[in-house]
Ligand binder design. Structure first.
Ligand code: NI
Length: 174
């Protein structure tokens, strides 16, 4: 297991489109997933996608359990999601504050689908499928975007709602 450097905004590699995983249940895939969990944990992230550590495969992990970066968020069970597909369950977009380990110290108000179905695979190749809403739906949309080279500022519609976390907190906006 190892802790990786996380690519940061401005690195053109973050905008690459990642490739699907073709072979499941391999040591290589399990090692990648362990590295994602470990790298995410040391930064108190809610989720991490493989391209953020320079592995351009459609693999992500997320989990929320009393996260100090998201004190108000409802818990999300630890989830490994490979080759995910997201289907919105309603048209409504809801604004919500997001951060990203590739954009440290900043937050932005991002519109996302309020409820989605997601489907993908775990490391063994078993199907993972859930219908979720709220912060869980937001996290999975944010992480899946990384697989297509999209970072949350690209989803923002009002850049006046983007700023340094400590300034936003002082202004009580997020
Ligand atoms: Ni992110």
């Amino acid at each position: 297991m190892s802790i990786h450097r996380i690519l940061r905004l401005g690195d053109p590699e973050l905008h690459r489109v990642s490739a699907p995983v073709r072979i499941f249940d391999t040591d290589e895939l399990r090692r990648l997933i362990d590295d994602l969990w470990n790298t995410m944990a040391v930064r108190s992230g809610a989720g991490l996608a493989a391209p953020q550590i320079g592995e351009f495969l459609r693999v992500l992990v997320f989990s929320v359990d009393a996260n100090p970066r998201y004190p108000e968020a409802e818990p999300i069970p630890p989830t490994v999601l490979i080759n995910p597909v997201i289907t919105p369950l309603e048209e409504t977009l809801e604004p919500g504050w997001e951060g990203c380990l590739s954009i440290p110290g900043m937050r932005g108000l991002v519109p996302r689908f309020a409820a989605v179905r997601y489907r993908g695979f775990d490391a063994a190749g078993e199907i993972v499928q859930r219908e979720v809403s709220g912060f869980h739906a937001r996290v999975v949309q944010h992480e899946c975007d990384h697989l297509d080279g999209i970072l949350y500022p690209q989803r923002m519609t009002d850049l006046s709602q983007f700023g340094f976390e400590d300034e936003l907190t002082l202004a009580e906006r997020c």
